[in-house]
Design a protein around this ligand. Structure first.
Ligand code: BG6
Length: 514
C-alpha cells in the first residue's frame, strides 16, 4: 500500500488491526462489582451504551451488575437507563436501547459469601450458553479498595478465575484508582492482586490516560517530525501542568476528606500526564514498551528531602467565595467534612526530572477544587530567543514561544508565536496558532473499557509505576501529616493560595492565566 502523496510504503491496515483487534470481535461478559453504585450509574453503564451506539461493543456480550442491592434484571435495566439518560455523551436512542437493555443482568451478592460467588458463576455460565461469550470475563471492581482482597479471593475460590492463556476463556480484572492510600497500602493491594491474578490480567484505571488529548500526546510527539528535536532542556524553559476544577467536593466527602488533592489527583492523573510529556520515545507501541518509558520518567524524578517540602509544595483549602458566579461555601462547611479537617483541596508542586533530556527544566504542577473554571492543560514554555535583533532592547522582552495542549474542555493545541503587527512601524506581537479538535471524542471510560475487552494494557497503570509514583509523593504526605500545620486558605473561585503564586515567582516565572 502506498501513500499517494509521497509514495512511501505504509503498513497494511490488517497489520494495525492485528495489533489492536476490534472489540466487536471479542465475545465476553463484563461483571461490575458495585454494579448499582455511583461509578456504574454515571460512567460505566453510559460508556458501555456509547460503545454500542458506535458499534464497538462485542456482538456476543453481556453485562452483569453484582452487588448487595436486591434488584432483578428489569430494575437494573431501569437503573442503567436513568444513568444513560442523565450522563451519556450521546443521547439515548430507543432503537439502540432496545438492543442494549437485554444485555443487562443483575446478581445480588455480598462479596463475602461463597454462595454468592456460586450463584454468580451459575449465572455467568448460563449467559455463556445464551450469548456465546466463551467463558471470557472482565471483572470490574467499582468498589472501595478495602473489598478488593475479598472479591479476588471469592472469585478464585468460586472457580471464576482462569489463568492467562487458558482455553476456558480469559479473566481480566479492572481496578480503579486510587490504588491505596499511601505507598505501604498500595504495595499491599498490589500484592493481594498478584496472589490471584497475573499482571497481564490486571487493568489499573487512571481515566486521564483514556482522555483523547492525553492519548494523543504520544502521537503528537512521535508521529510528527517537528516536535521531538526541540523537546528537551536545550529549547524548553519549563512546563506547567494545570488540572483545575470548578466543582467542590460534591457528594464524595467521605472519600475525599481522607484523600485530598495530592492523593486524589497528583499521585495519579498529574504524574501520568507528566510521563506522557516527558518520556523517551518507546522502542515500539507495545504496551510494555510504552509503560517502560513512562516508568523511567517517574523513576527519574528528583526525590524530595523532607527539608525541601516547604519550598517545592504548597497545599491549600478553599474557603467561602464566589465561584462560577455563585456563592460557594468553604470546604469545612461542606457536608460530611470534619470541621477541623486539614485535607488539602489544592496542591502546587515543583519537580525535576533528572535525566539528560530534562536536566534543569522545572515542571510545575497545580490542581485544585473550586478554582475559577474547569480546565486541564499543559503549557510548554520555550526559552527566550537571544537578546539580539528583535529582542535586543532590555524591556519589554519578547514573550517566549509557548505550546499549549488543552486536555479539556475545548480539546486542542495552540502555539504562541511572535509576529509583526501589519503597518509601517516595526511592532511585534504574540499571536496564537490555534487548533480545536471540534469532534465529539469518546469519553475516557469508553476508550478504556474497549481496551480492556480487547486486552490492550497500554493505557493502564502497571504495578511498578503506581508504586514508584507513591514513593515520589510519600515524603510530601509524611511531612504534611507530621507538620500539624493548616493548609493555606484560598477563596473559592480564586486560583489557589498566594503561596502557590510565590512558589513559581521565586524562580522568576508565573502561572499561566487561564
Ligand atoms: C477523579 C477524582 O479521579 O477525577 C475527582 O477522584 C476528580 O476528585 C475527577 O473530580 C476529575 O476528572 P475529570 O475527568 O472530570 O477531569
Amino acid at each position: 500500500m502506498s501513500d499517494p502523496h509521497n509514495n512511501r510504503i505504509l503498513p497494511p491496515p490488517h497489520v494495525l488491526s492485528a495489533l489492536h483487534p476490534k472489540s466487536l470481535e471479542v465475545p465476553c461478559i463484563v461483571v461490575i462489582f458495585g454494579g448499582a453504585g455511583d461509578l456504574s450509574h454515571r460512567k460505566l453503564l453510559p460508556a458501555l451504551y456509547n460503545l454500542m451506539v458506535d458499534e464497538e461493543l462485542p456482538k456476543k456480550f453481556a453485562i452483569v451488575g453484582f452487588s448487595m442491592e436486591t434488584l432483578d434484571d428489569d430494575a437494573y435495566r431501569a437503573f442503567a437507563r436513568s444513568g444513560i439518560e442523565e450522563f451519556s455523551r450521546q443521547k439515548l436512542r430507543e432503537e439502540v436501547w432496545n438492543r442494549f437493555a437485554p444485555m443487562l443482568h443483575f446478581v445480588t451478592g455480598s462479596f463475602t459469601e461463597a454462595g454468592d460467588y456460586q450463584r454468580l458463576r451459575t449465572r455467568l455460565e448460563e449467559l455463556d450458553q445464551a450469548v456465546g461469550s466463551a467463558g471470557n470475563r472482565v471483572f470490574y471492581f467499582a468498589i472501595p479498595p478495602g473489598f478488593i482482597d475479598r472479591c479476588a479471593s471469592g472469585l478464585t475460590a468460586g472457580g471464576l478465575v482462569n489463568p492467562p492463556g487458558s482455553d476456558k476463556g480469559f479473566t481480566r480484572v479492572v481496578v480503579e484508582k486510587p490504588i491505596g492510600h499511601d505507598l505501604a497500602s498500595a504495595v499491599e493491594i498490589n500484592s493481594e492482586l498478584a496472589r490471584y491474578f497475573d499482571e497481564s490480567q490486571i487493568f489499573r484505571i487512571d481515566h486521564y490516560l483514556g482522555k483523547e488529548t492525553v492519548e494523543n500526546l504520544m502521537v503528537l510527539r512521535f508521529a510528527n517530525a517537528i516536535f521531538e528535536p526541540i523537546w528537551s532542556a536545550r529549547y524548553i524553559d519549563h512546563v506547567q501542568i494545570t488540572v483545575a476544577e470548578q466543582e467542590g467536593v460534591g457528594t464524595r466527602a467521605a472519600y475525599y476528606d481522607k484523600a485530598g488533592a495530592l492523593r486524589d489527583m497528583v499521585q495519579s492523573h498529574l504524574l501520568q500526564v507528566l510521563c506522557m510529556i516527558a518520556s523517551e520515545p518507546p522502542r515500539s507501541i507495545h504496551p510494555d514498551a510504552v509503560r517502560d518509558s513512562k516508568l523511567d520518567v517517574i523513576r527519574s524524578l528528583r526525590p524530595y528531602e523532607p527539608s525541601d517540602i516547604d519550598r517545592v509544595a504548597v497545599r491549600g483549602q478553599y474557603e467561602e467565595g464566589l465561584c462560577g458566579g455563585e456563592k460557594a461555601r468553604g470546604y469545612l462547611s461542606e457536608e460530611h467534612i470534619r470541621p477541623d479537617s486539614k485535607i488539602e483541596t489544592f496542591v502546587a508542586l515543583k519537580c525535576y526530572i533528572e535525566n539528560w533530556r530534562w536536566a534543569g527544566v522545572p515542571f510545575y504542577l497545580r490542581t485544585g477544587k473550586r478554582l475559577p473554571k474547569r480546565a486541564s492543560e499543559i503549557a510548554i514554555y520555550f526559552k527566550h530567543v537571544p537578546r539580539v535583533l528583535y529582542n535586543s532592547r532590555p524591556a519589554p522582552a519578547l514573550s517566549p514561544n509557548m505550546l499549549l495542549i488543552r486536555i479539556q474542555p475545548d480539546e486542542g493545541l495552540a502555539l504562541n508565536i511572535i509576529s509583526k503587527v501589519p503597518g509601517q512601524t516595526l511592532r511585534l506581537n504574540p499571536v496564537n496558532v490555534d487548533f480545536h479538535y471540534k469532534t465529539a471524542s469518546p469519553e475516557a471510560y469508553e476508550t478504556l473499557l474497549s481496551d480492556v475487552i480487547v486486552g490492550d494494557q497500554t493505557l493502564f497503570m502497571r504495578r511498578d509505576t503506581v508504586e514508584a509514583a507513591w514513593r515520589f509523593v510519600q515524603v510530601i504526605l509524611d511531612v504534611w501529616d507530621q507538620s500539624g500545620a493548616d493548609p493555606f486558605p484560598y477563596a473559592a473561585g480564586s486560583w489557589g493560595p498566594t503561596e502557590s503564586a510565590l512558589l513559581i515567582a521565586r524562580d522568576g516565572r508565573a502561572w499561566r492565566s487561564l
